[in-house]
Design a protein around this ligand. Structure first.
Ligand SMILES: NC(=O)c1ccc[n+]([C@@H]2O[C@H](COP(=O)([O-])OP(=O)(O)OC[C@H]3O[C@@H](n4cnc5c(N)ncnc54)[C@H](O)[C@@H]3O)[C@@H](O)[C@H]2O)c1
Length: 327
């Protein structure tokens, strides 16, 4: 039985707690939040102990793992702090907000199992698209495009106390809402080679200092990839990833996969786990967290280990280095 603790008891932590409660070989023993009422509510719901900080929790408890569900700027330092005590780390995305923080994570990953929550890698339609590309079922990949067009308004930023600033969120739509899609493009197309990025703040200029919109012309795995993400839309539209192969176009939208060939359109649907949080977060948390613990039990590398997110993190940081100046 893995005895886990959750640090940060806000929105996404509710999904982690539900998964830890549901899995047969994990137990949520403690949680911590700067806002005591949040930790208390989680503790009451799951019968665990509540603390007001990670340090206080780790003084009193000896968990096998911590789940970091805190604001972005805290992921890397908290991962290092837990790893220094020999505690495994499962961190929400993004892994880092700066290149300096990457060093902290490398030090942490050298000591303990460390996983990053890119849960959408486990989506069945993504797995199927990966297989079709790898096996060249429809020939080679020629190019790709992806769109994330969501809606975020001023209260979303102001009420959180950490979103919308470089210091605590580390960026806007790129580092937060669309990093999953950027990561999937790297998983599907390959290593980043060329990067050209523009950023803008179209609809929240008076409210946040980070970008609400990013567009990039990338070369991944040798092919051109067009990337566009914004929080200036009027609803949370399904993310679209389109993969142009020699003999077909694959379209991933929500949980589905559409294969368009010269002879027609095949629509594949997949069985997906029940949604535990908001629909647009995807359904992969349970599969991803289960695999993290199974990988530790089986003493094998976790699929979303630090090495596996290096290219995405480096690409994201490069995009900020290029795009931030135009804001
Ligand atoms: N994987 C996904 O699909 C997904 C979805 C949503 C959020 N996230 C990520 O999860 C993380 C948290 O996001 P959220 O939406 O739950 O935010 P949130 O603001 O709802 O929750 C964060 C919590 O951390 C607490 N906190 C802040 N500083 C702390 C500290 N020093 N010690 C203890 N607690 C502290 C806050 O009080 C708050 O309750 C972010 O990294 C976000 O990007 C991931």
């Amino acid at each position: 039985m893995f005895r886990a603790a959750i640090i940060g008891c806000g929105g996404i932590a509710q999904v982690h707690a539900a998964v830890l409660h549901m899995l047969p070989d994990t137990e949520l023993i403690a949680c911590a939040d700067l806002r005591p009422e949040r930790a208390q509510a989680m503790a009451e719901k799951y019968g665990c102990r509540a603390y007001s900080s990670m340090d206080a929790l780790l003084e009193a408890e000896t968990p096998d793992s911590v789940h970091l569900c805190v604001p972005h700027y805290l992921h890397a330092p908290m991962a290092k702090g837990a790893a220094d005590r020999g505690i495994a780390v499962f961190s929400e995305k993004p892994p880092v907000i700066s290149r300096e923080q990457w060093t902290l994570l490398e030090e942490a990953a050298a000591k303990v199992p460390l996983g990053i929550c890119f849960q959408n890698r486990y989506n069945p339609n993504v797995e199927e698209a990966r297989r079709l590309i790898r096996e060249e079922t429809y020939g080679k990949l020629l190019g790709a495009r992806a769109f994330v067009t969501w809606k975020r308004e001023v209260p979303y930023y102001h009420d959180s106390g950490w979103r919308g600033t470089w210091a605590t969120e580390g960026g806007g739509v790129l580092i937060n809402q669309s990093i999953h899609t950027l990561d999937l493009l790297v998983q599907l197309a390959g290593k980043p080679e060329r990067v050209e990025t523009h950023m803008a703040n179209h609809h929240l200029r008076d409210a946040i200092e980070v970008e609400d919109t990013v567009e990039a012309y990338l070369t991944l795995g040798g092919v051109p990839v067009l990337f566009y993400a914004t929080t200036a839309y009027t609803q949370d539209a399904p993310v679209l990833i389109e993969l142009h192969l020699e003999k077909a176009v694959l379209r991933l939208e929500s949980d589905g996969l559409e294969i368009r060939t010269g002879s027609g359109i095949e629509r594949k649907t997949f069985e997906v786990p029940a949604t535990l949080g908001k629909g647009y977060w995807g359904n992969g948390h349970a599969t991803c967290i289960a695999d993290f613990y199974t990988s530790i039990a089986e003493n094998r590398p976790f699929r979303n280990n630090l090495d596996s997110v290096r290219d995405t993190a480096d690409l994201m940081l490069t995009m900020y280095e290029q795009g931030r100046g135009s804001l």
